[in-house]
Design a protein. Structure first.
Length: 117
């Protein structure tokens, strides 16, 4: 089944999860399928707005569902992570495939700022 452009670009904001006296506002951003530059830019805008609206402290970015990531899209994803840090949201990266890791290394993207699982 083929999805329209609008259907593919729907960003699900999962409700925050509270924890004890210190409230952690955590959301999960699962990335699935193909991610081109246009979709990546839409994703960045939506994610940043959603993060601010929900006043998130952490965002888990799950890359395990991405099939292929080119250099431009990899840079966009790390731009998102850096912008989240500036907004006070701690990005947590999970599900990094070999091709994503290779692309990040070839672009000299510094992964030391992000917890990676």
């Amino acid at each position: 089944m083929w999805l329209s452009f609008d259907e593919r670009n729907v960003l699900l904001c999962i409700p925050p999860i509270g924890a004890s006296a210190y409230v952690l506002l955590i959301a999960i951003l699962p990335l699935i399928g193909e991610l081109d530059t246009e979709r990546a830019q839409f994703l960045i805008g939506s994610t940043l707005r959603c993060s601010q609206t929900l006043q998130l402290t952490h965002l888990i970015i799950d890359l395990s569902g991405l099939h292929n990531v080119d250099a431009t899209v990899a840079q966009e994803l790390f731009y998102l992570a850096e912008t989240l840090i500036l907004l006070g949201v701690k990005p947590l990266l999970t599900g990094i495939h070999l091709n994503i890791a290779r692309t990040a290394i070839s672009l000299n993207l510094n992964l030391k700022n992000y917890p990676v699982f």
